[in-house]
Design a protein around this ligand. Structure first.
Ligand SMILES: Nc1ncnc2c1ncn2[C@@H]1O[C@H](COP(=O)(O)OP(=O)(O)O)[C@@H](O)[C@H]1O
Ligand SMILES: [Mg+2]
Length: 385
């Protein structure tokens, strides 16, 4: 029989905090509970670092789940220090109650939550293949949009290979408001978060579709995004179940498909376009990344090392817009690794100019799309309890 959250929470009410004389659920110490088949993962929040207590609590939680829920459960329990969450109640000698959270979880389980209701446009950046520059495009697009003065968010949903913390040079767990919402990091006028700030990529490797979707949903709903003109989502590479579920969970305004001009990448990009069409998400257009190589010492040269105009031609064949080509330039890679996206840096580089053009084309396509079509409806996929 499938395990549900209620069973796990009930089991955890049997785990007493050794010093507080209350159980972990009453103390509101359990966060990010996700269940997929017999895989259970959650975080134990603590007001301060205490390795001895952490391992003791993990052990007690594991025992309780094996005893009351499923003796063969696969467990991934992490601990996190969350100072702000417990600060208000320190002097009263107790942790906050759980009423608020419980209500919100119930609401979410009923599926009547508004995903990203303060966001005007949600753009998914997708690719069929990994390594084609999807994150590079997502980050530079977000910063390029912010350059125009727009309010922009960026969410890295690629739990298997999150790269936005590096590309924006911001690491560590996000802060939490008194209402227990995550506060996005903010830099270069972009509010952003990465799944990589909350889940360990090594653990995430064994996650399956519904867990990823559930985690991403929480990420959208439990974050203080505020009002945004644009939200850019960096999707995990590929067109499998995870991507399909994700794009249906969020009311996407449109998708941007990134590919290199190589045949192997183009095949997968075609699948990407087909996937969005299948679920009625408008494809805003395609981007040709690594379109040609520009040597640093001979910037007037262009070498089409992965083939010429592959993405441009494919876009035309598929009746999709072509949003622009980004050259392969060493400075793009360097600025990514330094955490300062090239679109904000040296306008002397072709890539920076091309990313500005790309952002402008996306703004234009969004405007056309919003005039011609109704907002995309999200399909509420029931996640297995
Ligand atoms: N146009 C480009 N010029 C130079 N390097 C690039 C370019 N696009 C991507 N890269 C580099 O290629 C690598 C993979 O890019 P990334 O954006 O992480 O791909 P993906 O998200 O599709 O896996 C990164 O090291 C990145 O800096
Ligand atoms: Mg990436």
């Amino acid at each position: 029989m499938a395990i549900n959250k209620q069973q796990v929470r009930t089991a955890l009410t049997h785990v007493m905090h050794p010093e507080m004389d209350k159980d972990l659920v009453t103390l509101d110490m359990i966060e990010d509970l996700i269940i997929q088949d017999s895989f259970i993962t959650f975080t134990i929040d603590l007001p301060e670092k205490d390795p001895k207590l952490e391992s003791k609590l993990k052990e007690l939680c594991e025992d309780a789940i094996r005893k009351f829920v499923d003796e063969n459960a696969v467990l991934d329990i992490t601990t996190a220090v969350n100072i702000s969450k417990f600060r208000n109640n320190e002097d009263k000698g107790e942790f906050p109650g759980q009423g608020h959270r419980k209500k919100r979880e119930e609401k979410q389980e009923q599926g009547d939550d508004e995903v990203l209701s303060g966001v005007k446009n949600i753009i998914a950046v997708a690719s069929g293949k990994g390594g084609v520059g999807k994150s590079t495009v997502a980050v530079n697009l977000a910063c390029g949009l912010a350059r125009t003065g727009a309010k922009v968010g960026l969410l890295d949903t690629d739990i298997y290979g999150p790269s936005i913390p590096t590309m924006m040079d911001a690491h560590g767990r996000p802060n939490i408001t008194t209402k227990k919402k995550l506060i996005p990091k903010e830099k270069y006028g972009v509010r952003f978060l990465s799944m990589g700030m909350l889940v360990d990529p090594d653990q995430a490797m064994i996650w399956r579709g519904p867990m990823v979707t559930s985690a991403v949903k929480q990420f959208m709903n439990e974050v203080e995004w505020g009002e945004l003109d644009y939200m850019v989502l960096d999707l995990p590479p590929g067109t499998g179940d995870i991507q399909l579920t994700l794009v249906q969970t969020v009311p996407l305004t449109g998708a941007v498909i990134v590919s290199t001009p190589q045949d192997v990448a183009l095949d997968d990009a075609r699948k990407g376009v087909a996937m969005f069409k299948k679920v009625n998400v408008p494809v805003l257009g395609m981007v040709e990344n690594m379109a040609y190589f520009i040597p640093e010492d001979m910037p007037e040269k262009k070498y089409h090392i992965f083939g010429k105009h592959g993405v441009r031609n494919l876009a035309e064949r598929m009746g999709t817009n072509f949003l622009g080509e980004i050259p392969l330039e060493q400075k793009v890679r360097e600025s990514s690794d330094e955490g300062k996206p090239i679109v904000l840096g040296d306008m002397g580089t072709t890539s920076a100019q091309k990313f500005v053009e790309l952002s402008n084309n996306v703004i234009q396509q969004l405007a056309i799309r919003n005039q011609e079509q109704d907002p995309t409806e999200k399909i509420d996929i029931k996640i297995k309890p």
